[in-house]
Design a protein around this ligand. Structure first.
Ligand code: G3P
Ligand code: MG
Length: 261
């Protein structure tokens, strides 16, 4: 079954990467949440997407050049709606604490590398994640593929996944070279036959970020292992209706075989 990941939380309904967005995702019934992580200047993993504070907070400047205490003072909700003015940038630990109430929830933790040679991000974040999570439903993804080898050294059992856009030749070979158990391609970078081939090599496929109904239908039809979406409610609705129509189909098949016996 395809796991529906709420990309940055339920980011159409709440400010992205905030506790409200993650709470809403769980309420909507998402099977997983996606979390962007970078380090504050003083080395605390925080959950925010952009390199700078401008778009999603009341602050200015660069995340990795701002101390944790100062990041916590910022309003991370008003840009989205005045209703969310109490929202602040959560630490990774706060999101993991929230998620610990939902042991079946999948976590896709994306390590964001904006600062060149950031040696500390994986070294700091992985031990914290390990304290809270089992490897069963935790994923570590990144656009910085070399870093995934570092993650593998720190936590060999956790599933890692390179994020990428564009074409990759034989992505299952590439994933294996990185000791990754999955690929997270842009949804335009993958298609039905490639999905099947990658999966046949034991590599999971979870495209990002699919928000249009026709593409959600398509990728659910292609049975990807997971997908990232800003609209988990729409994806779940499509999945639910698909299940109902399959149930109806098999019910009619049974009735028909009884009649024609
Ligand atoms: O996990 C997929 C997605 O998060 C990658 O892109 O820029 O939204 O972090 P971005
Ligand atoms: Mg991300």
């Amino acid at each position: 079954m395809t796991i529906i990941f709420a990309h940055r939380g339920a980011s159409r309904q709440c400010p992205e990467n905030t506790l409200s967005a993650y709470e809403r995702a769980v309420k909507l019934g998402a099977g997983g949440i996606e979390i962007d992580v970078q380090l504050s200047k003083d080395g605390i993993p925080v959950v925010i997407h952009d390199r700078t504070l401008k778009r999603t907070t009341s602050g200015k400047g660069i995340v990795t050049e701002t101390n944790y205490a100062d990041l916590k003072k910022l309003d991370a909700g008003s840009w989205f709606s005045p209703k969310f003015q109490q929202e602040c940038i959560p630490s990774l630990e706060e999101v993991l604490t929230f998620a610990s109430d939902y042991p079946d929830l999948w976590l896709n933790i994306e390590l964001k590398y904006y600062r060149e040679n950031d040696e500390q991000l994986a070294k700091t974040a992985i031990p914290i994640i390990k304290k809270f999570r089992s490897d069963k439903n935790t994923l570590i993804s990144s656009f910085e593929h070399e870093r995934l080898l570092e993650v593998h050294k720190l936590w060999s059992k956790v599933e890692t996944a390179p994020l990428y856009k564009g074409n990759l030749h034989e992505p299952w070979h590439y994933a294996k070279k990185l000791k990754a158990k999955a690929i997270h391609p842009h949804f335009k970078s993958i298609h039905a036959s490639l999905i099947k081939t990658v999966q046949a090599h034991g590599i999971n496929v979870r495209p990002y970020t699919i928000n249009e109904e026709k593409w959600l239908r398509q990728f659910l039809e292609w049975e990807v292992d997971g997908l990232m979406t800003d609209v988990p409610d729409l994806a779940l609705n499509i999945m639910h209706n698909k299940q109902i129509s399959q149930q109806k189909k098999s019910w009619w098949k049974n009735v028909w075989s009884m009649i024609t016996k």
